[in-house]
Design a protein around this ligand. Structure first.
Ligand code: SF4
Ligand code: SF4
Length: 320
């Protein structure tokens, strides 16, 4: 990446409160960390799966790099800030140890702000200093990072659970992961190739076929798996039968139907009106339930997300 491009990106990301780690990773305070410590409101993943929002690090090992340019993405994409770069390749890879240590330090810096906050829950603040969960999901495609399996292993060795979110376009990398995450998410944001190209804007030919291969691969994972659909009004909330067929090929533990949120750099690409309300997400989820045989097992209206599963209750992976 050219020096000027890097400087422009770094300055824009710092304004958005990204804490850069090494040369291609970052941590950002999740809104739910604050909500949990200050207002006692945890994120929907605490409600569904038992992880603790106040002990969660939100990070990415692939800050500037991805194989798609989704319209709904909050990350800075090549071209957004009048700068361009090759998004498909991380030039120099930091070691997993460097990234993990950097993430802990960044999280500590983030938490410093709560020391003087009289509304912060002191017990939660103390617990937050010892993170127990990491969401490898912030931005970018994490499978572009060569040592992703080792990164997951290093987090696990430190006593953290890991939720990994991938767009599924690199099945060869996923199938060779040396260590599985605690829970694996694959994004499926289109019912067919035509919609996929329009909304996810893949950066290489054949990406749709690769995503389909990944869905089939999912059945080979031992950890709980999730197919997550980010729903954008008037773009990808139709063709439920086609979604159902794709989901059937993955046989995931869960389906998460979630509304697009009008935040970050997505504001440059989509309007506010593209966010479905919770009732619309639920209606979509109900159709999905009819076509897949999955059942709606939980929902979080404040995050506009509905959880479907064949299990009666989601598996709790959180800490005590
Ligand atoms: S699991 Fe996700 S939403 Fe919940 S606190 Fe962590 S980063 Fe935030
Ligand atoms: S796959 Fe994820 S990180 Fe990449 S452009 Fe889409 S939403 Fe953004």
């Amino acid at each position: 990446m050219e020096k000027n491009t890097a400087a422009t990106l770094v300055s824009a990301l710092k304004k958005q409160k990204y804490h850069l780690v090494g040369s291609h990773s970052a941590v950002k305070r999740c809104k739910w960390l604050y909500e949990s410590i200050v207002n006692g409101r945890p994120c929907y993943k605490q409600k569904f799966y038992g992880i603790k929002s106040h002990r969660c690090i939100q990070m990415t090992p692939s800050l500037y790099y991805c194989t798609q340019q989704c319209l709904f993405c909050w990350r800075a994409q090549s071209g957004d800030l009048q700068v361009t770069w090759d998004e498909m390749k991380i030039p120099e890879m930091d070691t997993p140890e460097t990234i993990v240590e950097g993430c802990f330090k960044a999280q500590e810096r983030i938490l410093t702000g709560y020391k003087g906050n009289s509304q912060a829950n002191w017990r939660k603040f103390q617990e937050a200093l010892r993170p127990k969960q990491v969401a490898i999901s912030l931005t970018g495609e994490p499978t572009l990072y060569e040592s992703l399996g080792e990164l997951i292993r290093t987090f696990h060795q430190k006593g953290l659970t890991t939720f990994l979110v991938s767009n599924g376009t690199l099945p060869a990398k996923l199938s060779k992961l040396s260590h599985e995450p605690t829970q694996l998410y694959i994004s499926l944001c289109a019912p067919n190739e035509q919609v996929y190209k329009r909304i996810c804007r893949p950066e290489f030919p054949g990406a749709w076929e690769k995503l389909n291969q990944t869905l089939v691969l999912l059945q080979g994972f031992c950890c709980p798996t999730v197919v997550r659909t980010t729903l954008v009004k008037d773009l990808n909330m139709t063709h439920v039968e086609e979604y159902a067929k794709l989901i059937e090929s993955a046989n995931p533990t869960y389906i998460e139907a979630k509304a697009y949120m009008h935040i970050g750099f997505s504001n440059l690409r989509l309007g506010f009106e593209r966010m479905p309300i919770h009732a619309e997400v639920k209606e979509f989820a109900q159709h999905l339930a009819e076509k897949t045989g999955y059942t709606i097992v939980d929902e979080a209206p404040e995050s506009r997300v509905v959880l479907l599963s064949r299990l009666i209750k989601p598996i709790q992976v959180g800490v005590s």
